[in-house]
Each structure stands twice: as C-alpha cells, then as structure tokens.
Design a protein around this ligand. Structure first.
Ligand code: GLA
Length: 420
C-alpha cells in the first residue's frame, strides 16, 4: 500500500530513527592496523576461471603468464572496470618457478613471466591498478609450488621489493594448527614491517574449521579479509552452499566484519558458464549484502554486455562499498524465499529477496515494511528503489505498508530503502 506524500509523521518515529543511528554506530572489533581495505577489496583474481593452466605451448591465451595479466590490466583500464572500483589485479597459485633462487627468494616461472613480477607490477601500476600475488603459509602451495614456511620474512620483503599490493596467503600443507596460526600472524607482521601497503587476504579460518572454532576477533587483528568456506565453483550449487554456510554461521561472523576486515565468500563467477542470468543477479546482490570482497574471476576479453553491466552496476557496488561497512545477514527464510538485509549509511537499508524454489515461474512475495531493518528501515516512511534485476523506482512507502514483489526462480530482487 503506497502512501501519498505530505502526510504528517509522528515525532516519536523520528526519535526512533535517531536511536537507530546511535545503535548502529557502535564500532566493531579492532582491525588489522594497516589502513587498508576500509571498504571491501575490489578487483580480479585468476583462480576460478584459469586455475593452474601452465601449458603456454598448447593454450597460450589461457595459461598463467604475464601476458594474461597484462591483457586483463589493459581491459580493466579501458573497459570501465577501474572506473567503478575494480582495482586489484590478482595472481593466484601457479605463478612460481618450482624452486627458490640461490638467496632463498621465490621466483616467477621464467618462461611464463619473462619480465618477472616486478616488471608486471610496473605495468599494472602504469595502468593505475594494483597487483596482488599468492603464496602459502605451509610447506607447499595447494598446487605444489614452494610454500613460505621458514621464509615468511624473506617472502614479505620480496613482495614489497617487487611492488606487490596484496597477498593472498593460502593454508595448504601445514603440519599443525600452531603452524597455521603462527604462520598467518608472522606473515601479517612481516608484511607490516616492510613498510609497504599490502592488503593481507587470509584463508586461516577455512583451514581451521575442521579442527576448532576460529577466533574471529583475533583473525581480524591480522587479516584484511579471510575465507571461511570452500572454493567457489562456477555453479548454482556452489553459490547456494556459500550462502547457506554464511547464514548458518552469521551469529559468529557478521559482527566482526567492518572497515579493515571482511569475511570473504570467495570470487564472483559472473560472466562465466555455470550461472543463469538470475543466478548471476543473486550472486551480485548477495555479495553486496555480505560486504564481500568483489574479486571477479572471469575472462574480461570475452564477457557478455549483460554480465559486464551487472558487475559494473554502480548502485549495487555502492551497497557493497558502503562506508559504514556493516555486513548484512539473513533475516528470514520461509517457503523457499530468503530475505536478507544490510544497514547502510544515512540510515538506509539494502534488502535482498531470493527465490530458492527451483520449480514453477516467478513468485510473488509480500513483505511488511515494518519487519525490515529491526523495524527501523522505514520510519516513518521511505523511498524504495529496486536495483536488481533492473533499476526501477518503486516509490514512497509508509512504515505500516506492505510491499509485494515478484522474484524469478533462483533469482533475487535487491532493494534500497532510503529516508524520504
Ligand atoms: C585453494 C584456495 C583457492 C586457490 C587454490 C590454488 O584451494 O582456496 O582459492 O587459491 O587453493 O591452488
């Protein structure tokens, strides 16, 4: 039921709005003190799309080589990615030569990276972008390349000397929990000691969960973001699993996220093969709600205009990058519809409604506005804009009104509720 503008609003509702502002302004846990990732990191990461393809003879266009990264850097600059915030171009596993050099330093595979990582970093910086690299806290990387155990200080310094701006630190091949925890901490301090600003992306909790519950307050003091759950695949099942894990564990992980430290549900696979249009909308909307790092893993040389527009949607990116930095959560699940919400700055809210029913057509869902945002999303009234699957002004709503929307199977409707 829409409300005509101009109706008088009771003062106590405005007072409630003020109270909400105070309540939501409470600072989260202390973050890693490197001044980085004040909003979730945005960029591109090679793993999901290109994996460990080292055969440049047979597959010169998709093997892990400096050429691949230079092409992506060029496109990030020329095709509008950088302009909307995608800044970090990140190398994952399989960039290394099988052995360290005579001084114990990691080295890039000389055939695939003839200019070395420093050369690539210079190129990436010349495009106004930043370079991310990958290493592992254990004895070997997940794909079997040299691990950093015993070399944390040397590796941190090497990355800083090369001009690297982000380190994804994996957790394969660790001998013990102590090794894992101490290793992640040691590398964090070693990176700080280099004096270079290097975003530190961890997988510490993911590798810890099978043994014991991670201490997120501590992890946040060392890492700028941290993976909690399995690797994302290019499939709807994988996206569903990640969302399920996140909502099941939200009591533990949501409050700890904030400027400087974020939960990382893994890469965006939008623009690849496995997700339908509606499922891609769901990933984009929910990654915005979850305040997730937006690291695309796709081929920017071959991407549909539709996927590109979705990934470059400024309104959705603005939700993801909201400066208050509060992660959203699942509010309810009923009859195969999930409602998620996220508090934003200026007392606005983002609300996502996902239709998980995989039979039948689009479904109508009616929600009472008063149930959103702990009752505060629309006090005494608000303007609602649908952002996804397409931008549409829904208009002026009163706290007491209902909102009826239609959601495609496996799709999501993303809304922004803002003060009038
Ligand atoms: C692990 C990580 C992935 C990727 C691969 C590389 O599985 O979780 O994100 O980095 O290793 O081998």
């Amino acid at each position: 039921m829409k409300l005509e503008s101009g109706i008088q609003q009771p003062g106590f509702l405005l007072a409630l709005r003020f109270l909400a502002l105070v309540l939501w302004s409470f600072p989260g846990a202390r973050a890693l003190d490197n001044g980085l990732a004040m909003t979730p990191t945005m960029g591109w990461l090679h793993w999901e799309r290109f994996m460990c393809n080292v055969d440049c003879q047979e597959e010169p266009d998709s093997c892990i080589s400096e050429k691949l990264f230079m092409q992506m850097a060029e496109l990030m600059d020329s095709d509008g990615w950088k302009d909307v915030g995608y800044e970090y171009l990140c190398i994952d596993d399989c960039w290394m030569a099988p052995k360290r050099d005579s001084k114990g330093r990691l080295q890039a595979d000389p055939k695939r990276f003839p200019g070395g990582i420093q050369g690539l970093a210079n190129y990436v910086h010349s495009k106004g972008l930043k370079l991310g690299i990958y290493a592992d806290v254990g004895n070997k990387t997940c794909a079997g390349f040299p691990g950093s155990f015993g070399y944390y200080d040397i590796d941190a310094q090497t990355f800083a000397d090369w001009g690297v701006d982000l380190l994804k630190f994996d957790g394969c091949h660790c001998d013990s929990m102590e090794h894992l925890e101490n290793g992640y901490k040691h590398m964090s301090l070693a990176l700080n000691r280099t004096g270079r600003s290097i975003v530190y992306s961890c997988e510490w909790p993911l590798y810890m969960w099978p043994f014991r519950k991670p201490n997120y307050t501590e992890i946040r003091q060392y890492c700028n973001h941290w993976r909690n759950f399995d690797d994302v695949y290019d499939s709807w099942q994988s996206i569903k699993n990640i969302l399920d894990w996140t909502s099941s564990n939200q009591k533990r992980i949501v409050d700890v996220a904030g400027p400087g430290g974020w939960n990382d549900p893994d890469m965006l696979v939008i623009g690849n093969f496995g997700l339908s249009w509606d499922q891609q909308v769901t990933q984009m909307a929910l990654w915005a709600i979850m305040a997730a790092p937006l690291l695309m893993s796709n081929d920017l040389r071959h991407i549909s205009p539709q996927a590109k527009a979705l990934l470059q949607d400024k309104d959705v990116i603005a939700i993801n990058q909201d400066p208050v930095g509060k992660q959203g959560y699942r509010l309810r699940k009923e009859d195969n519809i999930e409602v998620w919400e996220r508090p934003l700055s200026d007392l606005a809210w983002a609300v996502a409604m996902v239709n998980l029913q995989e039979i039948g057509g689009p479904r109508f869902y009616t929600i009472s506005i008063a149930s959103l945002g702990q009752g505060m999303a629309c006090i005494p009234d608000c303007i609602i804009t649908q952002l996804l699957p397409a931008k549409r002004k829904l208009g002026f709503y009163q706290w007491t009104s209902d909102l009826k929307i239609q959601i495609n199977p496996t799709g999501t409707v993303l809304l922004r509720l803002a003060a009038n």
